[in-house]
Each structure stands twice: as structure tokens, then as C-alpha cells.
Design a protein around this ligand. Structure first.
Ligand code: NAD
Ligand code: WQD
Length: 337
């Protein structure tokens, strides 16, 4: 298949590109590099040993996207192109709603005009909101979110479901990611956040490499066994493999399907710090600070549906996630720059 990756130069998109290329698919990457850079696409080619068609374009730009759909015969779209910083979304809600929802609508319009019928979407565990019990399972109702970023995901899932209701030939696969971490095993590709990292693992990696002095653990008084929050961390290459399985599933199914992509096993912040230390024989300086607004004490996935329907299962351990993160960070202390 020829697969268009909107936002394919980003962290998850670039790793997915490598996985799709290894399975014999072709990829077309469209990215405006608002949170990535062209070097990530070069690395995809280097690591995979294959050529990629790439465009620097804003996915909201209908004229540019129409040209891209005319120049390439696309079989399936995977939509990664979103703004994703939770805290920033509270400060800049209009930018988040505009970018995340407009990119989705533009892709749907272009697909309709070009007769493309397969859509895989980067959704998030955040759509379960604050009310649902854990572990999260796909049959639960979407909840209410504490921030505009989360609401964009809820709204986009609804838009995609309505689009599929109106066109019975359209296939939509909603992939709800839990907490992706880690990097490609080669050490040539990984997560490269701009500015101060918002997420735990890139922050730990930057402390390890000396770019930050210490990690602040957001809250040590949660009702968990060590007082710190627990999350379902998943290796980015296992997540990339989930996209491969989703694309293959979409090829011969119709309608909307939703899958959690997580391991089903939660780890606390302190467990992550200690796992990173022991996998890499390095000390991470940290202190326990205040809670961060909006953090839930704990959540993790029930991923049985992805296993049963897609035949997908995670293979990599927490140790792999920590080792691969450090292998990437120590060899690329400033990321792709
Ligand atoms: P990322 O920022 O590394 O990748 C997103 C890419 O989209 C970037 O390369 C960015 O430049 C591009 N982009 C954004 N808006 C664009 C636009 N209008 N036109 C063209 N390109 C645009 O983020 P990521 O971690 O790879 O996340 C990919 C997707 O997965 C996002 O939709 C995100 O919300 C979702 N997601 C991420 C996580 C996570 O923890 N990383 C968890 C759940 C869901
Ligand atoms: C993990 C844990 C923090 C940084 C976010 C989004 C979610 C999804 C994945 C997109 C939490 C703690 C963190 C730090 C810390 N993204 N932490 N010190 O918040 O679970 O999920 O990314 O859809 O929507 O909300 O991930 O990596 O930010 O935090 O103690 O400097 O690490 O409090 O318990 P989170 P995270």
C-alpha cells in the first residue's frame, strides 16, 4: 500500500514510517515541521534503507493537500499531525482547536475527492476523561477532559465516526495511545521535544545527558503504592507495529473500529526513574515537588481487543524502553540538530 503519513516527521510518525517500510509498504510524509524537522525524514531513509516521498506543507492547506493527493496514488492515510502539549493547549485553545480539527477535516475532504477510503487516527487515552474506571476498555464512553488538547481528540473521534456513518465505504481506525516512550533500536531516531520537555521520559533523558539539572516528580502523595502517579508506558516501536496492524486491518474491513494501544501494565514515576538508572547504570537527580494540575493518579489499558482483533501484542520491556531512550539521547544530545 501507499500510505500518507500526515505529521510523519514527528516522534510517532517517523518510527511508524520505518515499521511500514520494513513491511514493504510505501510512505508519503507531509509535515510542516512545526514540531519536528526534515532531518527526521532523512533518518527514516537511513534506518530503513528506502526512499520516502516527502512534502513540507501544512495539512490545513487544502490547495497543497489536493496537489499531494493528485501527485500520489494514496491507499490509506494515517493522521499524526496534531499539536499535543496539554499545558500549552490551556494557554492557546484556539490554536489547538484550529490546527487539530482543521487538519482532520482537510484530510477527510481530500480523501473524499481522491476516493481514498482508509483512515487511521492518532487518538489518545485522554479521551477516557476523568470519570471512567481503570483499566480503560474501548466499550467505555468517552469522558470529559481537563484541557482543550483532550477535547480536540474527543471531537475528532466524533467527527470521524460521523464521516464513516455518512459513507459506508469509509474505514476509520481510532488508535488510543497510552504513554509512548523509547526510541528506535539503532539510536538514530527518537523523541526530540522542542524547548523544555513536558513528558517524563524525555525529561529524564535530558537530565541524564546534562541538559537539565534535575527532574521534579509531580506529587508524592497520590493514593498509589509509592505516592507517585502510575501510567501505561509503551515502546514507540511496539506502537509503530500497532499502526502496521491497523493499516492491514483497514485494508479489508469497513466502518469504525477503536483500539487501545498500551501494555496493560502500569509503572509509577519512581519506578521509571529507577528502571532508567539500572538499565543504563546512571544516576538521575530528582526531587519530589507539587502535583501538576490535571494529572490523574493512575490509568492503564485493557489491550485485549487489539490482541484479539489485530493480532497485536507488545514485545518490548520497560528495560528496552529505558535502554533505547538513552542510546538515542547519548548519541544525539541535542536531538536532530
Ligand atoms: P509530534 O509533535 O512529534 O508529531 C506531530 C507532527 O505533526 C510534528 O512533526 C508536527 O510538525 C506535525 N504537524 C502538526 N501540525 C501540523 C500541520 N498543521 N501540518 C503539518 N504538520 C503538522 O507528536 P507525536 O508524539 O509524534 O504525536 C503524534 C500524534 O499522536 C499527535 O496527534 C498526538 O496528539 C498523538 N498522541 C501522542 C501521544 C504522545 O504521548 N506522544 C499520546 C497520545 C496521542
Ligand atoms: C507521566 C507521569 C507526571 C514530567 C500525557 C498527556 C496524554 C498523552 C501522553 C497525548 C505523570 C509525571 C512528568 C515531569 C513528572 N498525550 N511527570 N515530572 O501526563 O501521563 O500523559 O502524554 O495524548 O494526553 O496528558 O504523560 O509523560 O507528561 O507524565 O513527575 O517532569 O510523569 O506527573 O505522572 P501523561 P507525562
Amino acid at each position: 500500500m501507499n500510505i500518507l503519513l500526515a505529521g510523519g516527521a514527528g516522534y510517532i510518525g517517523s518510527h511508524t514510517a520505518v515499521e511500514l517500510l520494513a513491511a514493504g509498504h510505501d510512505v508519503v510524509i507531509v509535515d510542516d515541521y512545526c514540531n519536528s524537522c526534515a532531518e527526521a525524514v532523512n533518518r527514516v531513509e537511513e534506518v530503513s534503507g528506502k526512499k520516502v516521498v516527502s512534502y513540507e506543507a501544512d495539512v490545513k492547506d487544502k490547495a497543497a493537500m489536493t496537489t499531494i493527493f493528485k501527485e500520489n496514488k494514496i491507499d490509506c492515510v494515517i493522521h499524526f499531525a496534531g499539536l499535543k502539549a496539554v499545558g500549552e493547549s490551556v494557554q492557546k485553545p484556539i490554536e489547538y482547536y484550529r490546527n487539530n480539527i482543521d487538519t482532520t477535516l482537510t484530510l477527510l475532504e481530500c480523501m473524499r475527492e481522491a476516493g481514498v477510503k482508509k483512515f487511521v487516527f492518532s487518538s489518545s487515552a485522554t479521551v477516557y476523561g476523568e470519570e471512567n474506571d481503570i483499566p480503560y476498555i474501548e466499550t467505555m464512553k468517552r469522558g470529559s477532559c481537563s484541557n482543550p488538547y483532550g477535547w480536540t481528540k474527543v471531537m475528532m473521534e466524533e467527527i470521524l465516526e460521523d464521516a464513516a456513518k455518512a459513507d459506508e465505504d469509509l474505514t476509520v481506525v481510532l488508535l488510543r495511545y497510552f504513554n509512548p516512550i523509547g526510541a528506535h533500536e539503532s539510536g538514530r531516531m527518537g523523541e526530540d521535544p522542542q524547548g523544555i520537555p513536558n513528558n517524563l521520559m524525555p525529561y529524564i533523558a535530558q537530565v541524564a545527558v546534562g541538559r537539565r539539572d534535575h527532574l521534579t516528580v509531580y506529587g508524592g502523595d497520590y493514593p498509589t503504592k509509592d505516592g507517585t502517579c502510575r501510567r501505561d508506558y509503551i515502546h514507540v516501536m511496539d506502537l509503530a507495529n500497532g499502526h502496521l496492524k491497523a493499516v492491514e486491518y483497514a485494508a479489508d474491513h469497513k466502518g469504525v473500529e477503536v483500539f487501545n494501544l498500551g501494555t496493560g501494565t502500569p509503572y509509577s514515576v519512581l519506578e521509571i526513574i529507577h528502571a532508567f538508572e539500572s538499565a543504563n547504570d546512571i544516576k538521575i537527580k530528582y526531587e519530589i515537588g507539587e502535583r501538576r494540575a490535571g494529572d490523574l493518579p493512575e490509568f492503564w489499558a485493557n489491550s485485549e481487543k487489539a490482541e484479539k482483533v489485530l493480532g497485536w501484542k507488545t514485545k518490548r520491556t520497560l528495560e528496552d524502553m529505558c535502554r533505547d531512550t538513552w542510546n538515542w539521547q547519548k548519541n544525539n544530545p541535542q536531538g536532530y540538530k
